[in-house]
Design a protein around this ligand. Structure first.
Ligand code: FAD
Length: 486
């Protein structure tokens, strides 16, 4: 039986990102994908938020996406939020359809030589004390030390692992379709009692894309053409001669989250771990960032350099992030309704969100820049993303994100180099001596005191902040960097 250290089921955005992270960490990883190729039905996600662009920048591949997308200076939480004054190089949202995002991720994964079992469907698995047997529909088996279920909202892996998917049933369902119209439709949004309907031009400039609220909550993602025509008539009084439909699907505001992101040797990420309404454009972004949190931890455990308990920090850190996303989608859905009282609530909220402080906080939240992992009390940087500062080294100016390209941890010392000499450092850790005299500013928090040294995890989050001494560094290294190879 073919064996790999890690098998990922699902080659959507989450599985692809995880495959790249593991390959960078020299893990023998393989990906199983049901689709024959990377083509995506319909438009789905429409862009990348700032933190996702930052994590791609940390790996040196952001330019691949930036050259194809279009920057927009804001995000939205019911009300549009300008984010051009947030302290990040990527103070915008990049408009780019999911099919392009997946293609670019897949090209990167291919550059990293990850084997892909394409056109194969996983039907189940069995795990024992040493690994997982993954079963495919064609009868083939693969053996892995760990299995990552990145197989979307209806995750077979989650179901086979018997992990509860808890949350809220749908209160509204929407039809989404792409096709052509005989009459010029009324482009733009039209608010209905239950929320927003929208008609826009397809990216090819010829077709039309429509999102419609259904008169009653329906389930299943295979609506009929009749459903579409009825829906158009109900909202617009005409179906605009909609024909040549190339994509017709349904989504809802149901919001559910896996109770646990790990069951022994099985891990869940992306839509397999959390589903919710697309409002706010959070799903793909959250999945890609799950993968960046999980990849280096799984690599340390697979290489025998850290205990299995490190994998529990993946659930501890990422579960609250998606729980907040779910709540936000419920709030946005409720605030999108078209009755007079909701309209009044929207107006009141808009007044608040036009004030600088709430605007910056909500923009930082919706763009993922304010994510804070609970790593204990201490300096405000602890558990937050490291800013992409330009620091001066002996070799000249370098960007902090440039130091993270190979997904290794970094000890950045900006003070007296002797202060950290007493502690033996693992070989995998990159120690960088540098100088930086500029301000330290964090999204949502504003200016913070300059640290003397920082331990940066491969995902770009700060795991230790030094004040000119090495106090606490040994413990942080043991917890987040792991042992040296025996
Ligand atoms: C209309 C719409 C608009 C959206 N807009 C946005 C947006 O603007 N921003 C945003 O961030 N998100 C958005 N989303 C959400 C986004 O599309 C998803 O969150 C994202 O695709 C999740 O990625 P994933 O890799 O976790 O799962 P998926 O993209 O679902 O990928 C799962 C993969 O697993 C494969 N697979 C499944 N089961 C098996 C199996 N048994 N064996 C082998 N392979 C399998 C599938 O073929 C698929 O390729 C939108 C979604 C919709 C429907």
């Amino acid at each position: 039986m073919t064996e790999h250290d890690v098998v990922i089921v699902g080659g959507g955005p989450t599985g692809l990102m995880l495959a790249a992270e593991l390959a960078l960490a020299r893990v023998d990883v393989a990906l199983i994908e049901r689709r024959e190729d990377q083509s995506v039905a319909g438009s789905r996600a429409g862009g990348l938020h700032a933190r996702t662009l930052e994590v791609l920048d940390q790996r040196g591949v952001a330019d691949r996406f930036l050259t194809e997308g279009t920057p927009h200076p804001g995000v939205s939480f019911v009300h549009p939020l300008d984010m051009s004054d947030l302290p990040t190089r990527h103070n915008y949202t990049l408009a780019l359809w999911q099919r392009h995002i997946e293609r670019l991720l897949a090209e990167w994964v291919s550059d990293l030589s990850v084997p892909v079992y394409g056109g194969r469907q996983v039907t189940g698995f069995a795990q024992d004390a040493t690994g997982v047997d993954v079963v495919m529909a064609d009868g083939q088996h693969l053996r892995a030390k760990y299995l990552a279920g990145c197989d979307g909202g209806r995750s077979q892996i989650r179901k086979t692992a018997d992990i509860a998917f808890v949350g809220w049933d749908a209160s509204v369902s929407y039809l989404i379709a792409e096709g052509q119209t005989r009459q010029e439709p009324e482009y733009g949004i039209r608010r209905g009692l239950q929320g927003v309907n929208g008609l826009g031009k397809h990216e090819d400039g010829k077709g039309v894309r429509v999102v419609l609220i259904e008169p009653r909550v329906n389930h299943g993602d295979t609506p009929s053409l009749e459903d579409l025509r009825e829906g158009l008539h109900a909202v617009y009084g005409t179906d605009f001669g909609f024909h040549n439909v190339t994509w017709l699907s349904r989504f809802s505001d149901a919001a559910r989250q896996a109770e646990s992101y790990r069951k022994a040797r099985v891990l869940l990420a992306g839509d397999a771990a959390h589903v919710h309404s697309p409002v706010g454009g959070q799903g793909l972004n959250t999945g890609v960032q799950d993968a960046v949190n999980l990849g280096w931890k799984l690599a340390l455990v697979v290489h025998g350099l850290a205990p299995e308990s490190l994998l529990d920090t993946y659930h501890d850190e990422r579960h609250p992030v998606a729980a907040r996303v779910l709540k936000n989608t419920l709030a946005i859905t409720a605030l999108s309704r078209g009755d007079d009282r909701t309209e009044a609530a929207r107006e009141a909220l808009s007044v608040l969100l036009e004030m600088d402080e709430p605007r910056r906080r909500y923009a930082a939240m919706m763009s993922g820049l304010d994510i804070h992992y609970d790593l204990g009390e201490g300096h405000p940087l602890l558990g937050r993303r490291m800013p992409d500062l330009e620091v001066a080294t002996e070799r000249g100016a370098v960007r902090v994100f440039g130091l993270l390209h190979d997904a290794r941890p970094v000890l950045l010392n900006l003070g007296d180099s002797r202060a950290l000499d007493a502690i033996p450092l693992p070989a995998r850790l990159k120690r960088v001596e540098a100088r930086y005299d500029g301000p330290w500013e964090l999204p949502a928090l504003g200016a913070v005191a300059a640290p003397v040294s920082v331990l940066i995890r491969p995902d770009g989050h700060v795991a230790w902040v030094g004040d000119g001494t090495d106090q606490g560094l040994a413990q942080a290294l043991e917890r987040w960097v792991g042992r040296d190879q025996a």
